[in-house]
Design a binder for this molecule. Structure first.
Ligand code: KG4
Ligand code: ZN
Length: 341
């Protein structure tokens, strides 16, 4: 079964063809991240217009790379929530046009659930149940997963997402948007103990996380009380600050994930979402899962960040389960899987 996946929830217009819910035949992505460096973040109106421009070319290129025509597809899956409304509308409209013109099934996919479904890419079997952590720019949530798209929310952040803490921390250090990956790179040479920072709720019995207080503590530590001082320029100070923030975020994520795994009595965990690209997080997960005797499903970095292959994987499972959507599909900015569902 070949599914075309379309993703446009934020500043990436992406398309992928995935066979049998695990083999990527082709994937293409047009990122607007560079364009938003000058703005310090995503400007929704500009992202939506850029998607409208890029999407047809991205889809055509993915199909050409896969060596197929739209007639060889078995269905079209699209990330329909959560995300920026204008951006989502572009992907949803493109998916509808293809599905309608070829009378193909259309599958609406939850972006957060799709991040966790990415663990199926390039893998023949995944053993469920497992505890999944979706950590991105908008989410840091723990789920009990019985299968792709079949999950219950266990807990997560009560305020900001981990990716938000990385991006804002990077801005405090004067790094351009999107700062998370750059902060991660600089942290490799820093001392994680240089700045003492809070780890909210660690050791607590509840599956809660918080990154808002950490963000403020970091701002004051780096830019002085009130946070009005200049960004540091000394490379050693920048690296030490980056390493300190990264360690505080990663400590919380790993601690909560292991607690959830113990409590749910699962033998495997999965971590996905853009933050799962983080090098320290990947190293720490490998170590701690080995020690705890847990299997770790961690997609390769390009399938942790926003991508269309993960949308096609979940679309494949929706189609197999008969969960297709009507032609009247409307994207939902707030989504259904997170705490605001
Ligand atoms: O999943 P994603 O690509 O988009 C959303 O669904 O939000 O996640 C983007 C987030 C951003 O906050 C970005 O800074 C963060 O993932 N991120 C990282 C790294 N790569 C991406 N954070 C820390 N370290 C990284 N290497
Ligand atoms: Zn995402």
């Amino acid at each position: 079964m070949r599914i075309l996946g379309i993703e446009s929830s934020c500043d990436e217009a992406a398309a992928a063809v995935v066979e049998d819910g695990r083999r990527v035949l082709a994937e293409r992505v047009a990122s607007q991240a560079d364009a938003f460096a000058a703005w310090g973040g995503v400007v929704p109106e500009i992202a939506a217009r850029a998607h409208v421009e890029a999407m047809p070319g991205v889809i055509a290129a993915a199909l050409a790379d896969a060596g197929i025509t739209p007639r060889d597809l078995d269905g079209v899956a699209v990330g329909a929530w959560p995300g920026l409304t204008g951006s989502l509308v572009c992907g949803v409209t493109a998916a509808k046009a293809i599905a309608l013109s070829l009378d193909l099934p259309l599958m609406a996919v939850d972006h957060v659930q799709a991040h966790l479904a990415a663990i199926h890419l390039g893998r023949d079997t995944v053993t469920y149940p497992l505890v999944g952590l979706a950590a991105s720019g908008g989410h840091s949530h723990l789920f009990r997963c019985r299968g792709p798209g079949d999950l219950d929310l266990l807990g997560g952040t009560i305020d900001d997402a981990a990716g938000e803490a990385f991006d804002k921390g990077a801005a405090v250090l004067g790094l351009p948007y999107p700062g998370g990956p750059e902060l991660d790179r600089l942290a490799e040479d820093g001392d994680p103990g240089a700045i003492p920072l809070p780890r909210s709720f660690m050791g607590d019995a509840d599956l809660r996380m918080s990154f808002a207080g950490l963000k403020t503590a970091f701002l004051y530590a780096v830019r002085g009380q009130g946070g009005r001082g200049p960004a540091p320029t000394d490379p050693r100070r920048i690296a030490d600050a980056a390493a300190s923030l990264r360690a505080a975020v990663v400590d919380q994520l790993v601690d909560r994930l292991l607690l959830a795994a113990r409590r749910e009595e699962v033998r495997a965990v999965a971590v996905a979402g853009g933050v799962a690209c983080n090098r320290l997080l990947r190293r720490r997960l490998a170590e701690s899962c080995r020690t705890a005797g847990l299997d770790l499903y961690l997609p390769e970095p390009r399938h942790c960040a926003d991508n269309a292959a993960m949308i096609a994987v979940l679309g494949h499972h929706h189609l197999r389960a008969g969960r297709t959507t009507g032609r009247d599909l409307v994207p939902l900015p707030t989504g259904r899987a997170g705490p605001r569902a």
